[in-house]
Design a protein around this ligand. Sequence first.
Ligand code: PMP
Length: 362
Amino acid sequence: MSPVPALRPDLRLGAGYHSPQVPAEVRLNTNESPFAPPDEFVRALADEMTRVAFHRYPDRGAVELRRGIAELHGVDPAQVFCANGSNEVLQCLLLAYGGPGRRSLLFEPTYTLHAHISRLTGTEVVAAPRDEHFAIEPAAALAVLAATRPSVTFVCSPNNPTGVAERAEVVAALLGGAPGLVVVDEAYGQFAQTSALELREPGGSPGGTDARGLVVVRTFSKTWAMASVRLGYAIADPEVVTACEEVVLPYHLSVPTQVAGVVALRFAAAMASRTGFIAAERDRLAGALRALAVDTWPSEANFILFRPRDVPAGVVWQRLLDRSVLVRDCSTWAGVEGCLRVTVGTPEENDRFASALTESLR
Ligand code: PMP
């Protein structure tokens, strides 16, 4: 019997990329929607599923879904690429534009999968720091762009795990200086005041910056309350969409996924109202946190980063779990040492978190 071969030496796979799936009554660790989709959505989806030709491969072009998403954003379907969660969108972008001999640039602290998927695709990662408010400093960023010439520059806005949204001028400045794609990961975009999509609009880009290298990535996992479905998409130049289609596996997007997306789009207004509700809860939760012995940062997402002042983060995390409240331990991540991140839940969950945290900080 032949032995299992050695792992690719450049992978250096380690633990820490995945949030532990620990059982808890209040799960505020993965930034999902605290609410299930509306019952009418579930009924409509079940109805559509009775008409599926299960013995046939899915539509490779995901025509109906892309048309619906394009309509939602006022773009052409040729500018829409869909995949299994925004993570697969990011992977396709890196397969097409990263790879050996190429670099990706990201600004830490940020979403760890940007670096992880870069490495998986053999792309060298350049990590630049943010300023003390967790914002990208344009002049410093332009200097790094000029020195390292990345094929892909990642901006996460609002940024995970800090919650800070990037100003349109900053994204425009990066677009002006980047030699490759600028990928703005807006997994939490609907919770924020601004979107990089505005830069695509005629006259939307300050100084008339060419926005063809701009890719905005979104997901149905958060605001659309469909994390189980695994559906994400990019709005990009048609050339970028074609490149992603070249590298993705054939028939990657299953019929149930495509149908779920198409049906969800009929409930866009209901989803938008939930987003507003969660943003209001976030602000209420932020107020509760400000009254406690933690440092915290203004968030435009559906989560809040906080750093306990007097008790080590790991101890607080465990004490919360002892009270069946699960949050994300970011305390070992670069740039957010000693921090925890809480997802905004239902009002009841948020109250339970706030009282468990009050006890855990004693
Ligand atoms: N981008 C960011 C910033 C995220 O936080 C997440 C989810 N944790 C994703 C992308 C991936 O989301 P999904 O693959 O579920 O669309």
